[in-house]
Design a protein around this ligand. Structure first.
Ligand code: PSU
Ligand code: MN
Length: 310
């Protein structure tokens, strides 16, 4: 088995790997399918900048012409976003994309697979996929992937278009610690509060690093899901968003939107119905998660390599 032949590293990610510098993996389905153009392009650069400002090296992961890129520059990201046949790459989609030399954004599941294959333990995203409200048999491939891939995944919980209680039950069954970052509550993506409890809490990057070390030292191979409330300036009252979500779900049912198209459709529709308020919240929470992930990556790296301590 030689998965490395399908990977390409950017020069700065290659150098960071040589120096054992702290890295943060960033996914790209949020760019290709989750956000409109040109906000997606801007967001990609903004997330990378935030990671660098906090002392880590960003590694944006996506597939360009059949090659899994770990670290993409702005022009590569633009080529990917504007590719003619653009895939949304989850576990099942790597082989067709690679074999046909196509391009696509990697989902949380896809990015977990790629980041783990190249030994990167920290990953930032917006919100994970989960159990849909309807049909409830639509369960994101993100959930089984979190159960078997050992990364620290920093997010604002699961997207609130989903069934959050069912998603948390799945995570419990799958053995994924849900770690509230400076909170006891599972955030509701666009909103700080879901009324649902987390399974653990950490108040500093060092506490998250210590939890990960204990979890993995026992040989448990699931991820830790670190949930960060969205920034209060752009977070929305849950009740307001809920109305838009209910309408978007009706629209999806009427238009028979299913499978991989469901999440992008719902996010876009909710943004339209809230006059762009959810889009603003989504962009801001992505930056917040990039910041926290960079700090956690530094802390974890110091824990693993005490000799590199500055
Ligand atoms: N976070 C966001 N916006 C997104 C996503 C995450 O702020 O669009 C993406 C992630 O890539 C996640 C995917 O894996 O949505 C979930 O898609 P699905 O429900 O089809 O598994
Ligand atoms: Mn699905």
């Amino acid at each position: 088995m030689n998965p490395q032949k399908y990977f390409h590293f950017s020069p700065d990610v290659a150098q960071a790997r040589q120096n054992a510098a702290p890295l943060v993996a960033l996914e790209t389905t949020v760019l290709t399918h989750g956000l409109p153009y040109p906000q997606n392009l801007q967001l990609a650069q903004d997330m990378e900048n935030v990671v660098r400002q906090h002392g880590a090296i960003p590694a944006t992961i996506g597939i360009l012409d059949g090659i899994i890129h770990v670290g993409m520059d702005a022009s590569q990201i633009e080529s990917m976003i504007t590719a003619k046949k653009l895939r949304k790459i989850s576990r099942r989609d790597f082989a067709p994309a690679i074999a046909r030399k196509e391009s696509g954004g990697t989902t949380v599941a896809g990015t977990l697979i790629a980041a783990h294959a190249v030994g990167m333990p920290v990953f930032a995203t917006g919100g994970i996929g989960g159990v849909h409200r309807s049909p409830a048999y639509d369960i994101s491939a993100d959930l089984p992937e979190l159960s078997r891939t050992p990364l620290i995944v920093v997010c604002a919980g699961a997207k609130s278009i989903l069934d959050l209680p069912a998603t948390l039950e799945y995570l419990e069954t799958a053995g994924v610690p849900v770690v509230g970052y400076q909170t006891d509550e599972f955030p509701a993506f666009y909103s700080t509060s879901s009324g649902l409890p987390v399974s653990a809490r950490a108040d500093t990057p060092e506490e998250v690093a210590a939890l990960a070390e204990a979890h993995w030292s026992l040989g448990i191979s699931s991820s830790l899901l670190v949930v960060v409330p969205p920034p209060s300036e752009s977070a929305l009252p849950a009740g307001d968003v809920e109305k838009a979500i209910a309408q978007a779900l009706l629209d999806a049912e009427q238009q028979q939107v299913r499978g991989q198209a469901a999440t992008p459709f719902l996010l876009d529709r909710v943004s339209q119905l809230t006059g762009g308020a959810t889009l603003k919240a989504n962009l801001d929470l992505l930056l917040e998660n990039a910041r926290v992930a960079a700090q956690i990556s530094l802390a974890y790296s110091r824990l693993k390599h005490p000799s590199l301590r500055a």
